[in-house]
Write a protein that binds this ligand. Sequence first.
Ligand code: PMP
Length: 281
Amino acid sequence: MSRTVYLNGAYVPEEEAMVSVFDRGFLFADGIYEVTAVLDGKICEFEGHVKRLERSLGVLDMPMPVDKDELLEIHRELVKRNNLDQGAIYLQVTRGAADRDFVYPKNVKQTLVLFTQAKTLTDDKAGIKVIAAPDIRWGRRDVKTVQLLAPSMCKMMAKAAGKDDAWMVEDGFVTEGSSNNAYIVTKEGKIVTRNLSNSILHGITRSSVLRIAAEMDMEIEERAFTIAEAQDAAEAFITAATTFVCPVLEIDGATIGDGKPGPVATRLNTVYIEEARKGAI
Ligand code: PMP
């Protein structure tokens, strides 16, 4: 069945949603995106995603294409028109279409696209296996641009090895997963995840999960860790908007703990989903 997507002010069948060949998103990856989870037909973590969108656009000297209220309205209208109970809403803003030039064009109308993806998000997490892969991305990973070829290549390396995903490594330390933040739980029960910087995306789920863990009186250490430390950990897991908290059972061939989803990741996933549901709008 064809979806209804949003394109520059109009709700149109996906087959009719067309963007110019001169769009700078297409020519320069000159665009920002967000992916927001939908639970029970409601938008999760809306506030966080809008804030990050505004920040990412700001780094590229772009304004918000529409204000926050209108953005929420578009999300809700898409959920309604596509009968979405559970899944994701993908949003992309580009600088717009202009003759090809490295200089940012002036007075160009931004392109704003949103579409839904139906997907069950709340099923039990079986866990994933990851490989280590060199982090070959650019230096501003805190900006959520649409240039996703490097993580896509990492994902393909993982698939070629018969695994699910890759943990990217730079200067000997794990940065993050191809499209998620990475964590370990030490044998002492401490949660370790990379500190915020330009080296990683500042995950919205990361922020909530760390808050929940702190409320559960868990110890948290925000610092870089190596693949070897991760392989020796009691647990490992990832977080992302539509993955929530997902256990990692194997890292580069080494089984983590007893190879089954651990209690910390499982508990954090349950509580995170409860809270995301409560906060959804
Ligand atoms: N890191 C990267 C590289 C990502 O692509 C994502 C998902 N967009 C995340 C982390 C997780 O971020 P969030 O929790 O906001 O989805």
